[in-house]
Write a protein that binds this ligand. Structure first.
Ligand SMILES: Nc1ncnc2c1ncn2[C@@H]1O[C@H](COP(=O)(O)OP(=O)(O)OP(=O)(O)O)[C@@H](O)[C@H]1O
Ligand SMILES: [Mg+2]
Length: 347
């Protein structure tokens, strides 16, 4: 198979159909073959250390065709290192990586099957979007009419057609992010790997990016997505792996992960005063499993929300903190993370 033909026709029709102004008939349902049941990415027991620091410590995960797998974890958890291993950009100290059931991540054919969208923008600022994509497409072996077609398609998919001939240094942060994603789509990868693609973008661009990512999964691509935004993982990912200190500490659908909390309640206290002190005081209240400050709130995970509230409010009064409101919120991945680690996803 030549490089340019990798994936041709596999999902391009349905991806293009996502673009608002292009209406295409839905693609025929993919044929279910034995190969379709082989995970596109299989990582087993990955270990990677930098000197004494173990960045990835025994990570195993699989991503299937059409699945969006989210790697959720705080700064320094090992997300980028894990995906660089999965993309063959770093060599693992231990463990194996298999792409599409038969390729090792470091062989050229596997690299051709992966679209890697790095955490840091990797574009030429003094070239236009079209020039950037044409250059990168050539690196993937695309030529002439096919190259033009793929560049147009990637610009359409990321809503950049209107600005295609503008230099990238005139782009907003969100537009650069979208173009960064477009670059990863040119060669129709089987596996799209996105490392924190929404960092530093405004809510509107974030929404547009997330919508596109949902579409990629819907169109049959396998997507590995890293984020430290719990809301994003909850929204776009079919399955989530929670990573902390290089270890995958939990994995499953949102429902499966939240079920790990059992009957526990999540409570948010909106308060004025020393929130750190309030959190410290809350930790001493029997029945409170974790108490953290985040986003101007004190977040609690408790065995039974109703029974802990009176002692919490009393403790707050003693600590001289005024609690303005109490919200019992639905258990979410943040609560799962707090339950498993005793720390907040974002501090
Ligand atoms: N090239 C490197 N040399 C030394 N240490 C490294 C290197 N790359 C990563 N690390 C360390 O490995 C750990 C994991 O880093 P990694 O970049 O994988 O985390 P991350 O989850 O992607 O974090 P972030 O959310 O901040 O992007 C960190 O302690 C980091 O300092
Ligand atoms: Mg990272």
């Amino acid at each position: 198979m030549t490089f340019a033909s990798v994936g041709a026709g596999r999902w391009s029709a349905s991806l293009l159909a996502m673009s608002a102004d292009i209406a295409l008939a839905p693609p025929p349902a993919p044929e279910i073959t034995a190969a379709a049941t082989v995970p596109v990415l299989r990582c087993t027991g990955l270990v990677k250390a930098f000197g004494d620091r173990v960045a990835v410590d025994g990570v195993s995960l699989e991503v299937a065709r059409g699945e969006i797998y989210g790697l959720l974890g705080p700064n320094g958890a090992g997300k980028t290192t894990t995906i660089k291993l999965a993309c063959g950009l770093l060599h693992a100290d231990r463990g194996t990586i298999t792409i599409d059931g038969h390729m090792s991540a470091e062989e050229l054919a596997a690299k051709n099957a992966i679209g890697y969208v790095p955490q840091d923008i990797a574009l030429y600022p003094d070239l236009t979007a079209r020039e950037n994509l044409s250059f990168l497409g050539r690196l993937y072996g695309l030529r002439r009419a096919l190259l033009r077609e793929r560049v147009d398609e990637a610009l359409e998919l990321t809503d950049l057609v209107d600005r295609a001939n503008d230099r990238v240094d005139s782009y907003s942060g969100g537009m650069k992010r979208r173009l960064n994603i477009a670059a990863g789509l040119l060669h129709h990868p089987l596996l799209l790997v996105l490392d924190e693609p929404t960092v530093g973008v405004d809510p509107q661009s974030r929404h547009a990016i997330l919508e596109r990512v949902e579409g990629f999964g819907g169109a049959g691509m396998a997507v590995l997505y890293t984020t430290h935004y719990m809301e994003e993982a909850e929204r776009v990912c079919d399955r989530v792996g929670i990573i902390d200190h290089g270890r995958l500490i939990a994995e499953g659908t949102r429902r499966e992960l939240v079920a790990q909390l059992g009957e526990k309640d999540r409570i948010d206290l909106v308060a004025a005063g020393d929130l750190e002190q309030l959190a410290a005081v809350c930790r001493t209240v029997p029945g409170i499993e974790a108490a953290l400050t985040a986003d101007g709130r004190v977040r609690l995970v408790a065995e039974d929300g109703r029974s802990v509230l009176p002692p919490v409010l009393e403790a707050a009064e003693h600590a001289g903190v005024q609690v303005n409101s109490v919200e019992v919120v639905e258990a979410d991945l943040e609560a799962v993370f707090m339950h498993l680690t005793g720390t907040a996803l974002r501090e």
